[in-house]
Ligand binder design. Structure first.
Ligand SMILES: Nc1ncnc2c1ncn2[C@@H]1O[C@H](COP(=O)(O)OP(=O)(O)OP(=O)(O)O)[C@@H](O)[C@H]1O
Ligand SMILES: [Mg+2]
Length: 316
């Protein structure tokens, strides 16, 4: 699974101290024992010394490798945060610039629709075709408004308001919203909830938004005749929310791009490419991670991991 937010693993302090003391202790003991020791005993002690040194070196290299990997993950996370922050700034200005003329276009179109329903235009030949054109203009205005609304929502950094939330109830509520659409397309929605989950301390409206994005993506990926399985689990001090679908899956070359703002494989007009980047920013803000596991032809599984208690709040 590709986790997009990393957890720093601090090696256990007690074990490390023990290992650090091991080498001088063996050297000291060997030195003491070697005084007047027989040849086999001296050789044995030297072998022990060499084994301890090898063990320590192996341990040291292992730890350096883990630190290097962790640094790479953190660098990637930092880069993603910087991209999101820069995009937030850009989106606000852009959305504002678009919204102002858009409001005027909407007003003028509504006025034209009004004029068309009254003399001298009402009943004229071609009036109904003209009305159809205006209706199409209004539909397209609606789509642009949705995009700018998404952009503003993306840029707005609302501080999470956390409260105890029953995750299973929240998920069940959201599934009701998509189930009708799923039924129409012969998509089964399977609930795989862990009973008796402890309450989660989180911002439920933000979490709903994440789940809705994942469910919409799953519905769009499956298209028709398939299954979407939503599971909840407790794992130690965290809870997992998983959305799995039987859609076409994600191409390997797209896996590290899908969380980028504006990355979409959907035809023009059908996706803004903001759903997953907004979800990632929200989940990070809630102190969690979001990951994906997918391969072409094997569907996709998105896993959101959230701390049960209020986790640290991270800015995007
Ligand atoms: N469940 C899924 N199965 C297959 N591909 C997916 C799935 N979820 C996301 N993707 C891929 O990730 C891309 C980005 O998803 P994202 O939700 O960010 O944007 P979008 O769905 O294209 O547009 P928007 O959500 O803004 O309407 C999608 O275009 C699609 O290629
Ligand atoms: Mg989407």
């Amino acid at each position: 699974m590709r986790a997009t937010a990393a957890t720093v693993i601090v090696p256990g302090g007690a074990g490390r101290t023990l290992r650090l003391w091991l080498l001088p202790a063996v050297i000291l003991l060997s030195g003491l024992a070697l005084r007047g020791a027989s040849l086999p005993l001296a050789l044995g002690l030297q072998a022990l010394l060499a084994a301890a040194a090898a063990f320590l070196l192996h341990d040291l290299f292992g730890r350096m490798e883990r630190i290097r990997e962790e640094k790479c993950r953190l660098d990637e996370q930092l880069l993603q945060s910087q991209k999101l922050a820069a995009l937030g700034e850009l989106s606000t200005g852009l959305a504002h610039e678009i919204n102002t003329p858009l409001a005027i276009i909407r007003q003028e179109t509504e006025w034209m629709e009004h004029l068309l329903g009254n003399p001298p235009f009402a009943g004229n030949s071609g009036a109904s075709e003209f009305a159809d054109c205006l209706a199409e203009v209004m539909r397209q205005i609606g789509r642009v408004t949705e995009v700018t609304h998404n952009m503003l929502g993306f840029a707005r950094k609302r501080e999470p308001v956390r409260q105890e939330t029953e995750l299973n109830d929240l998920v069940a509520d959201m599934l009701v919203l998509v189930e009708k659409e799923a039924r129409n397309r012969n998509i089964a929605v399977v609930r795989d909830f862990e009973p008796d989950l402890p309450p989660l301390v989180t911002d439920s409206p933000l979490l709903r938004q994440v789940l809705l994005n994942l469910l919409n993506n799953a519905l769009q990926a499956v298209g028709s005749d398939g299954t979407i399985t939503v599971s909840t689990r407790q794992e130690g001090e965290a809870c997992l929310l998983r959305v799995a679908d039987t859609g076409p899956g994600i191409a390997p070359e797209h896996l590290d791009k899908i969380f980028n703002p504006f990355f979409t494989t959907k035809p023009p007009g059908q996706g803004t490419g903001l759903g997953l980047s907004i979800s990632l920013a929200i989940v990070n803000r809630l102190g969690g991670t979001i990951g994906v596991d997918s391969a072409p032809g094997r569907g996709a599984v998105f896993t959101v991991r959230l701390p049960l208690a209020a986790g640290p709040t991270e800015g995007i």
